[in-house]
Design a protein around this ligand. Structure first.
Ligand SMILES: Cc1ncc(COP(=O)(O)O)c(C=O)c1O
Length: 390
């Protein structure tokens, strides 16, 4: 018999929502009108100027590898964006263009984590983080967080959970699945708490730009030594192009470049050329219009769900998710999701996909559907609650 597949691959959990998605697709294939509120990507297709730039790049033959750190022009454009949005001067030499934010996460975890070491992560949180850590033979120290701390790590929690094997903390602002944002002071105190312990602070800013009624501060405003993950997927609407970036302290860049060369050689070339169009005023205007649309959706769905009895203790300020407590209805979140899929053809994600802490009685709704579609979804939820026997 052949050797078993690696322990690390066996330790990685699939997305539980995939089982629901497979069933949703079956229902759809059988002719049912399924509303998808489980999907973590914008429903808008990539903005036209980016598509045109991508087509022009292909026509011009930009089909080969780029430098491992990415196209210099794109790294400069990203640096310019930090100037424009945050008033920060970031040296383009500190920026690595990666295959999605996921590529940035792969680089950061490969650089910063030795076997047996771990990062503190908020639970609930984005599940892939702990899987990336497992892949480099490290781990995640999951810190249970609830509404009392805005579902985010705090300096106190870092102090409480840090142990001899901790080497860093990763936070996301805005966060998935809760949409909560860290303020400048909170970022500064997290930075202080981490650095006092000689650890690294990694901040996932992938949902920056998708905040409503406010702008999220970048950790780079208060801590120049933090590692920042970002992406063209969400605000820039380019999920399928697989493009993101990492901002690193200057002394980490050479090691990261070496890792990038070995792990994936370069981010997709045509996507990098296309992304240059993101920073043009006409394209930024499209992103801002989409952001306003997401704000309208949140402002509709949040009170509508609360009205129906879902508990959403803190108002999410960003991303496109609502993380809702279903305890008033009783029962298990996975069964709750199955019930709505089977009876109402409405898909959303069980808490299990985001950790353990609140998992059994939470679900995540993604408002990545139009307002009329969300209105239909709310009607279906109201009806489905009547037949739910938790
Ligand atoms: C919090 C968070 N980080 C990272 C990612 C990775 O996204 P991508 O690789 O498309 O940039 C996601 C995707 O949903 C996410 O929600």
């Amino acid at each position: 018999m052949a050797h078993p597949y690696s322990a690390r691959s066996r330790a990685i959990e699939p997305f539980h929502v995939m089982a629901l998605l497979a069933r949703a697709n079956e229902l759809q294939a059988a002719g049912h009108d399924v509303i998808h509120l489980e999907i973590g990507e914008p429903d808008f297709t990539t903005a036209a100027p980016i598509v045109a730039a991508g087509q022009a790049a292909l026509a011009a033959g930009h089909t080969r590898y780029t430098a491992a750190r990415g196209l210099p022009a794109l790294r400069e454009a990203i640096a310019g964006f930090y100037g424009q949005r945050y008033g920060l001067h970031i040296d383009p030499e500190r920026i690595l263009v990666t295959p999605g934010g996921s590529g940035a996460l792969l680089l950061a975890s490969s650089l910063l984590v030795d076997p047996g070491k771990h990062w503190l992560l908020a639970d609930p949180g984005y599940p892939c983080n702990r899987h990336f850590l497992r892949l480099v033979e490290g781990g995640a120290q999951l810190v249970p967080v609830g509404p009392e701390v805005n579902y985010q790590l705090t300096a106190d929690l870092v102090e409480r959970y840090w142990d001899k094997d901790s080497v860093g903390a990763l936070v996301a602002s805005p966060a998935n699945p809760t949409g909560t944002v860290l303020g400048r002071d909170e970022l500064a105190s997290l930075s202080k708490a981490t650095h006092e312990r000689h650890g690294h602070l990694v901040v996932d800013e992938i949902y920056h730009g998708l905040t409503y009624g406010m702008d999220a501060p970048s950790v780079l405003e208060v801590d120049d030594s933090a590692f920042v993950l970002n992406s063209f997927s969400k605000y820039f609407g380019m999920t399928g192009w697989r493009l993101g970036w990492l901002v690193a302290p200057p002394n980490a860049v050479a090691d990261l470049e070496k890792l990038a060369q070995n792990l994936y050689i370069s981010a997709p070339s045509m996507a990098q050329h296309a992304a240059l169009a993101c920073f043009e005023p006409e394209t930024l205007a499209i992103f801002e219009a989409r952001r306003a649309e997401f704000a309208r959706r949140r402002d509709y769905l949040l009170p509508a769900l609360r009205e129906l009895g879902f508990r959403i203790a803190v108002e999410p300020q960003g991303a496109f998710y609502l993380y809702a407590d279903i305890s008033p209805f009783g029962g298990d979140a996975f069964a709750f999701c199955q019930h709505f899929l089977e009876t109402e053809h409405l898909a959303f994600t069980p808490g299990l996909d985001f950790g353990r802490h609140l998992a059994g009685h939470h679900v995540r709704f993604a408002y990545t559907q139009s307002l009329p579609r969300l209105e239909q979804a709310v009607e279906r939820i109201a009806r489905g609650l009547k037949s739910w026997q938790g």
